[in-house]
Design a binder for this molecule. Structure first.
Ligand SMILES: O=C1O[C@H](COP(=O)(O)O)[C@@H](O)[C@H](O)[C@H]1O
Length: 269
């Protein structure tokens, strides 16, 4: 693994990236639990994101985490039936949640087409659930105030699409431009399914740590542009910033168009 001083870790291939990210996530969850008792993680869909969850569920070190005291949210969800293979939450349940005996009351899945009739209703319900969790935290002691509309997110995982989308915030579309809201409804996603809900960039950037986990050459252009300082409206992956840390966890193929200045001299070709 190569580490750049800019928060970019480059792994030799997708499998190594996924295993290393899973190990890092377990360590992070344990650290926060040791300090505060419970920990909140925001999950992502996508190939690498779900791969990481499967690797966590298979890692011997998983037993170091108290899975009953982990709160789960999602950065985005597809507005489809709950049993649809398109559903990010279903993929996460199959890869990890059902295998670890998590507390179901702490799993905050967005509404599906079975429970509400429009994607706007699903977005509003998710925003309300986030706000209620934030209020409950305020009543508990020891929580540092971040955004009154959102619970504290200790670590927020994101994938990146080949078009540089993160969560369900797509280039040049309304979602990535939205301010003043924590959750947006998306009706015209260029990647199917068309109806989705997503945290806004404003909400994502309340997280203490944001980790962008990306593998594959088809993502190299998006990663290169994001790290070269592109604007988030054109390149949504350029927008996420954790309050304490922003980590880019990528494989060699996804790193192939990284700006030269992000690499140590000995890493330049
Ligand atoms: O649609 C989505 O895509 C992205 C990235 O997915 P990938 O398969 O290209 O890795 C994912 O981060 C997001 O959660 C998901 O809804």
């Amino acid at each position: 693994m190569r580490q750049s001083p800019h928060g970019v870790s480059i792994h030799p291939n997708a499998a190594a990236l996924i295993d290393a990210t899973a190990a890092r996530l377990i360590t992070k969850l344990v650290d926060v639990q040791n300090r505060r008792g419970e920990v909140t993680v925001v999950l992502t869909g996508g190939t690498a994101g779900i791969g990481v969850l499967a690797a966590v569920a298979a890692a011997p070190a998983r037993t170091a985490v108290d899975w009953q005291r982990v709160n789960f949210w999602w950065g985005d969800e597809r507005f489809v039936a709950p049993g649809s293979p398109e559903r990010n939450a279903l993929a996460a349940r199959q890869a990890m949640l059902t295998r670890l005996g998590v507390d179901q009351a702490r799993v905050h899945e967005a509404a599906s087409t079975d429970s509400v009739s429009t994607v706007e209703e699903a977005a509003a319900a998710y925003a309300a659930e986030l706000a209620a969790a934030a209020q409950a935290e305020d009543l508990a002691e020891g929580f540092e105030e971040t955004d009154p509309r959102l619970p504290r997110f200790d670590v927020l995982l994101l994938g990146v699409g080949p078009d540089a989308h993160v969560a369900s915030l797509f280039p040049e579309m309304a979602g990535i431009r939205t301010t003043g809201e924590t959750v947006v409804a998306v009706r015209d996603s260029p990647k199917p399914p068309s109806e989705r809900i997503s945290l806004t960039l404003e909400a994502i950037n309340t997280a203490d740590e944001v980790w962008l986990t990306v593998a594959g050459e088809d993502k190299a252009g998006a990663v290169g542009l994001a790290l070269a300082g592109a604007g988030p409206v054109q390149v949504p992956a350029a927008g996420p910033r954790g309050r304490s840390k922003t980590r880019w966890l990528i494989d060699q193929a996804a790193a192939s168009q990284l700006p030269e200045q992000l690499l140590q001299p000995e890493e330049r070709h």
